[in-house]
Design a protein around this ligand. Structure first.
Ligand code: FAD
Length: 422
């Protein structure tokens, strides 16, 4: 008998959303010995998971404890119980046992040994043998009886009774993968508060026309700083990519996480193009070269300091006449050149949209969710897991671990609730 038509006493734990959080929730509920029905509106499970880590799936980060939490800028403490229940070591063991061994790479990032995101989904599906999975099945809303969630209503009008319901519908980013924010609607419908949602880990548009020809240029080992007034909001070293609209790459995604929800226009950003060389040392080097090359144009020295394309456009970003010969350059101009190399100003305009964001900042207000179980504090039998919650991490495998950990705890807790209420 399909679970959807079971009598109420046998009602399954219903999981809405077959992403990493939902699949793991279903898996742990199943392992706790209850019937499970997983509803996914796409034609397959884990559609976003397939594109994670550029198809390789940075499934977690081997960092644990306090170090892990330092990579969770938003509400890290909410994760104590979930990470205790399933941390990165536990996740790697689980995947290994399901046929997907993993390997640790640079920065403690963990990937499937096969380097294929699809193998993570295959492993989870393997673990779900025994659960009923319904694809192409979209949930329209929750069925509530006073303060209790009793089931779900499907978009085709069908009602499905549930012993407990887990909302694992993801956020708003990359909507083509199915993450269209439905879970926020379900949360509000059942009386939960939401925090404001913003794209995060997202590229940033800039105003600087001089930088447009740099499209495609990657700067490795530069330092990006951002200030509002005198307050430093961000300072990190790493890789930055120029695009046709502005800037992207790991440094910029991290910057966007620090600024998520803020108006970026008043934020002043600077790139230190030579973070390893102190300004006085650079100044001495330039001063020596100016003396040795009196007749050459100042501009002709730039390729010795900057990658080709950047050396070409740098004069547009630095208020010095680069047509001058080296012998004509004043001390003040030399200082200005060095100052611009150490702090190239970038005028931020706007974040790119959710469609280009790795994650959504904000979501179901954590004041309404019990961190020890992932249960709603307002509605019995209702649980939340994954990106739908107002918690998010940096790049490096942290967001998937958050989805897996909260999913596992929600599945386990929902199964216990369902067993108690039979
Ligand atoms: C391009 C890209 C690369 C990324 N790479 C990484 C990475 O390498 N490492 C990392 O840690 N994180 C990465 N992330 C982030 C990570 O993928 C997400 O944080 C994670 O997928 C969230 O999992 P989730 O299960 O909560 O939500 P999702 O993965 O969004 O899954 C939600 C599921 O719910 C389904 N659904 C939604 N509404 C309904 C409904 N009404 N009825 C039925 N089903 C519904 C959706 O179709 C979807 O399948 C990446 C994100 C993107 C966009």
């Amino acid at each position: 008998m399909p679970i959807a038509s079971m009598p109420a006493g046998n009602s399954p734990v219903v999981v809405i959303g077959g992403g990493p959080a939902g699949m793991t929730a279903a898996l742990f509920a199943l392992r706790a010995g209850v019937e499970v029905l997983l509803l996914e509106k796409n034609e397959k499970l884990g559609k976003k998971l397939y594109i994670t880590g550029k198809g390789r799936c940075n499934v977690t980060n081997a960092t644990t404890g306090e170090n892990f939490l330092q990579n969770v800028p938003r509400n890290p403490r909410f994760l104590f119980s979930a990470l205790h229940f399933l941390d990165s070591g536990g996740l790697r063991m689980l995947l290994h046992d399901l046929g997907c061994p993993t390997v640790v790479e640079r920065g403690q990032r963990v990937f499937p040994t096969s380097q294929k995101a699809s193998d993570v989904t295959k492993a989870l599906i393997h673990g779900l043998a025994g659960a009923e999975i319904r694809l192409n099945t979209a949930v329209q809303g929750l069925e509530m009886a006073e303060d209790r969630c009793t089931g779900v209503l499907l978009t085709d009008g069908q009602r499905v009774q549930a012993g407990a319901v887990i909302v694992a519908t993801g956020g708003l980013s990359y909507a083509v993968t199915g993450s269209t924010g439905d879970g926020y609607r379900f949360a509000v419908q059942s009386g939960h508060r939401l925090t404001a949602r913003h794209p995060s880990l997202v590229p940033i548009e800039t105003e600087d026309l001089w930088a447009r020809p740099l499209q495609g240029l990657t700067l490795k080992n530069v330092c990006l700083d951002a200030f509002r007034g005198k307050k430093r909001l961000f300072s990190e070293q790493g890789e930055l990519l120029f695009t046709h609209f502005g800037i992207s790459g790991p440094l910029v995604l991290s910057l966007s996480s620090s600024l998520a929800g803020l108006d970026v226009q008043p934020v002043q950003a600077f790139i230190d193009l030579k973070p390893a060389v102190p300004a006085p040392e650079l100044d001495k080097r330039l001063s020596d070269e100016l003396s040795r090359n009196g007749r050459r144009q100042l501009k002709s020295l730039l390729p010795g300091y900057l990658p080709g394309k950047l050396a070409e456009v740098f004069p547009e970003a630095c208020p010095v006449n680069f047509q001058k010969t080296c012998s004509q350059v004043t001390a003040a101009e030399r200082t200005q050149v060095i100052a611009t190399m150490k702090a190239l100003p970038i005028r931020l305009k706007a974040f790119r949209s959710f469609n280009e964001a790795v994650i959504t900042r904000g979501g179901v207000d954590l004041r309404d969710v019990n961190p020890g179980t992932m249960a709603s504090r307002l509605s019995r039998g209702l649980y939340f897991a994954g990106e739908v919650l107002d918690v998010d991490g940096l790049t490096g495998g942290f967001n998937l671990q958050i989805a897996f950990s909260t999913g596992a705890l929600a599945g386990h807790s929902a199964a216990n609730y369902r067993s108690r209420s039979v």
